[in-house]
Design a protein around this ligand. Structure first.
Ligand SMILES: NC(=O)c1ccc[n+]([C@@H]2O[C@H](COP(=O)([O-])OP(=O)(O)OC[C@H]3O[C@@H](n4cnc5c(N)ncnc54)[C@H](O)[C@@H]3O)[C@@H](O)[C@H]2O)c1
Length: 264
């Protein structure tokens, strides 16, 4: 199936590592022009180099961006528009979670969680939507989480933010659908990197994989109907579908990509 993504101009936040990296590479493979907006410039450049050798026909660039800073987000969107002439797709992928009981979590960690998982998405939506409205076309896919749909033990504030991403997605889908813009959310459950090259300095899996040993991952997978944990490509495939014109009549939805972890 031709997804019609060749030549489309795509922003992927957090595209340097793991799920964001897989998303950026998948768009590049389809021939899209990709902007990787990440704080990890070194790792992002490695992904861009790889993307530019895939032969898709598009161009991938890096804009070092802290998505918790509204001015940096606006500058990044301006550069993306200057470089590629328009912005067709925004993928809000940056996120962060601390495994901690709510009552033990200090305020600074709540703030970091809200900044990275919610404010960043609000800033990116705010910066990109005027461009999409002007062009009469746009696709926004935000990476939420199963935690935002059904809650998760030791992830209370993160789950709150991810539910917020779904609420923002649905509300804006109602506001801007008339301009040919769709917004959807993808909700992974546990999704593990499979190699060192997928993880930059700021990937939470640098530490997270110490907890998710192969034995722990094997045990956890038994709680999933499909009996395996997620791969970055599982989420990337769903994102590409929702960003494509094949999905042009789908908006305001949250799609679980989680091996059946939740079925709501
Ligand atoms: N991996 C999972 O198990 C899982 C499950 C459910 C949802 N998710 C969601 O999927 C998304 C991607 O998760 P992941 O596991 O690939 O994360 P990751 O930690 O491996 O990668 C995050 C990326 O974001 C970048 N980043 C961090 N702070 C930034 C900032 N302030 N500005 C710009 N870039 C920044 C990092 O450099 C890194 O490249 C997140 O929204 C996460 O909440 C992941």
């Amino acid at each position: 199936m031709d997804l019609g993504l060749a030549g489309k101009s795509v922003i992927v936040t957090g595209g340097a590592s793991h799920i964001g990296r897989a998303i950026a590479l998948s768009f590049a493979r389809e021939g899209s022009n990709v902007v990787i907006a990440d704080i990890d410039e070194v790792q992002a450049q490695k992904v861009a180099s790889q993307a530019n050798t895939l032969g898709g026909g598009g161009k991938t660039i890096v804009t070092r961006t802290d998505v918790t800073d509204q001015r940096e987000v606006e500058a990044m969107v301006g550069r993306a528009s200057d470089e590629f002439g328009r912005i067709d797709v925004l993928v809000n992928n940056v996120g962060w979670v601390l495994d901690c009981l709510f009552l033990d979590q200090p305020r600074e960690d709540w703030e970091k969680t809200v900044n990275l998982n919610l404010w960043s998405v609000i800033y990116c939506m705010r910066a990109v939507l005027p461009h999409m409205i002007e062009n009469g076309y746009g696709r926004v896919v935000s990476i939420s989480s199963e935690a935002g749909r059904v809650g998760e033990y030791r992830e209370a504030v993160y789950a709150t933010c991810k539910a917020g991403v779904i609420g923002l997605t649905k509300s804006l889908a109602r506001e801007v659908g008339r301009y040919g813009i769709t917004l959807n959310a993808v909700c992974p459950a546990v999704t593990l990197p499979t190699s060192e090259e997928e993880m930059g300095e700021f990937s939470l899996w640098k530490e997270g994989l110490k907890i998710f040993t192969p034995e722990a991952a094997e045990k956890a997978s038994k709680r999933y109907p499909l009996r395996r944990l997620g791969k970055a490509e599982d989420t990337a495939n769903a994102v590409l579908f929702l960003a494509s014109d094949v999905a042009s009549y789908i908006t305001g939805q949250s799609l679980s990509v989680s091996g059946g972890w939740s079925m709501i």
